[in-house]
Design a protein around this ligand. Structure first.
Ligand code: PLP
Length: 360
C-alpha cells in the first residue's frame, strides 16, 4: 500500500462526458468550455470565467490583460510555486518578493505594503495550500495605493473569507492540474468581474482576435479543449463534497497529531486544504522525517523546499540582490505536507497519524 500525496478521481461520469465530446467531433474550445466557464464562475460568485489550457497561462494572460510590462513591479510571495513569479517575468515586469504570515503561509499584508515603490503596479497574493490570503486587507491596500489586485488561486478552488469565495477580489487564476482539488488533466481558468479585462483575456487566449482573422492585440493559443472542459464540468459537481472531506480529514489530523505544529485556519476563513501542512519541531530534521514517512509508504512532500527568491534563475541574474525573507526561509526549512485528499481511507488516516506521532 502506498498513500500518495494526491489521488485524482476519474469516474464513470467523466469517461462518459469525454466520450460524448469525442463522438460530437467538436474537440476544441466550444460549447463545453463555455458551459464550464459559466458553472465555475457561478460557483465562486464571479461575473466572468475565461478558461485556459493551464494555470500558468492563466497567470501569464492576466499579466498581459492588465498591460504590465518592463519597469513595472508586481508584489508576490516567494513562498509559492515558481509559476507565480514566471508569470510576472513573462511580460518582462519585475517580481518583488515580500514575506509571509508564518501562521497561514500566505503573503503578509504588512510586508506587501512595505514593499510598495513608485513602480509598483499590482499585488498578487497566493492562496497557498488552499488557505485564502487576507484579501480584505489586500483590497484596502490596493485601493489606497491605486494598485491592481490579482489572486493566484491555483490551489484554492472554493476557498472563502466570511463566505465570499476567492476569485472575487481580483483577477484570479486557477489550475486544474491533476494534483489540484479538481482536475481537467491540464487546465486553468481566470475569474474576473471586470468586463474589459475579461474581453482582453478572451482575445489573448485566442491569437489576439476579437473576430476571425482580426488581431486586435498580441495573443497566443491558450485555449482549453472541449474534452478537458467536459471533465471539469463533472469534477465541479463533486468539488463541494470533496472539499468537505478534505476539511474533515484535516480536523481528524488536527485532533490526533501531537508533536508537530498543525495548520491554522484564520477566523472566518474556509481553508480548502489543497495541502495539509505541518511544521516539524525545532531540532527535528524535516528531511529525515519526510524520508522515513516515504519509506513507510506515506507520500509526504515538501512544498516548497527552496523559496523562489533563492532560485538560480534569480540568484544568477546580474545585479540581483536577494531580499531578506526570514519567515519564508524558516517555513521552507520546516514545512511538510501530508496526504489529505478526499480518497483517504480510515486505515490510511490512522496510519498517517501513527507514523507521524512516532517520528515527531
Ligand atoms: C499549480 C500552480 C500553478 C500553475 O498551474 P499549472 O496548471 O500547473 O500550470 C501556479 N501557481 C500555483 C500556486 C500553483 O500551485
Amino acid at each position: 500500500m502506498s498513500i500518495g500525496i494526491a489521488r485524482p478521481v476519474i469516474g464513470e461520469r467523466e469517461k462518459q462526458a469525454v466520450m460524448a465530446v469525442l463522438e460530437s467531433g467538436q474537440l476544441v474550445q466550444g460549447a463545453e468550455v463555455a458551459a464550464f466557464e459559466r458553472a465555475f464562475a457561478d460557483y465562486h460568485g464571479a461575473r466572468h470565467g475565461i478558461a485556459m489550457n493551464n494555470g500558468t497561462t492563466a497567470l501569464m494572460a492576466s499579466m498581459m490583460a492588465h498591460g504590465f510590462g518592463p519597469g513595472d513591479e508586481v508584489i508576490i510571495p516567494s513562498f509559492s510555486f515558481f509559476a507565480t513569479a514566471s508569470a510576472v517575468l513573462s511580460v518582462q515586469a519585475t517580481p518583488v518578493f515580500a514575506d509571509i504570515d508564518p501562521a497561514t503561509y500566505c503573503l503578509s499584508p504588512a510586508a506587501a505594503e512595505a514593499a510598495i515603490t513608485p513602480r509598483t503596479v499590482a499585488i498578487m497574493p497566493v492562496h497557498l495550500y488552499g488557505h485564502p490570503a487576507d484579501m480584505t486587507r489586500f483590497e484596502a491596500i490596493a485601493r489606497q495605493h491605486g494598485l491592481v489586485l490579482l489572486e493566484d488561486a491555483a490551489q484554492a478552488h472554493g476557498a472563502a473569507i466570511a463566505g465570499r469565495r476567492v476569485g472575487t477580489w481580483g483577477t484570479a487564476s486557477f489550475s486544474f492540474y491533476p494534483s489540484k482539488n479538481m482536475t481537467t488533466g491540464e487546465g486553468g481558468m481566470v475569474l474576473t468581474d471586470d468586463d474589459e479585462i475579461a474581453r482582453k483575456l478572451r482575445m489573448i487566449r485566442n491569437q489576439g482576435m476579437d473576430q476571425q482573422y482580426r488581431h486586435e492585440v498580441v495573443g497566443y493559443n491558450f485555449r482549453m479543449t472541449n474534452i478537458a472542459a467536459a471533465i471539469g464540468r463533472v469534477q465541479l459537481e463533486s468539488l463541494p463534497a470533496w472539499t468537505e472531506q478534505r476539511i474533515a480529514n484535516a480536523a481528524y489530523f488536527n485532533a490526533r497529531l501531537t508533536g508537530v505544529r498543525t495548520p491554522v485556519t484564520a477566523p472566518g476563513c474556509t481553508h480548502v486544504f489543497h495541502q495539509y501542512t505541518i511544521r516539524t519541531p525545532e531540532g527535528k530534521e524535516r528531511d529525515a522525517v519526510e524520508k522515513r514517512l516515504n519509506e513507510r509508504s506515506i507520500g509526504a512532500r515538501v512544498y516548497y523546499p527552496r523559496p523562489i527568491h533563492l532560485q538560480p534563475v534569480f540568484t544568477t541574474m546580474p545585479g540581483y540582490a536577494a531580499p531578506s525573507l526570514p519567515e519564508t526561509e524558516k517555513a521552507a526549512r520546516e514545512v511538510l505536507s501530508l496526504p489529505v485528499h478526499p480518497m483517504l481511507t480510515e486505515e490510511e488516516k490512522a496510519l498517517i497519524v501513527q507514523e507521524v506521532n512516532a517520528l515527531c
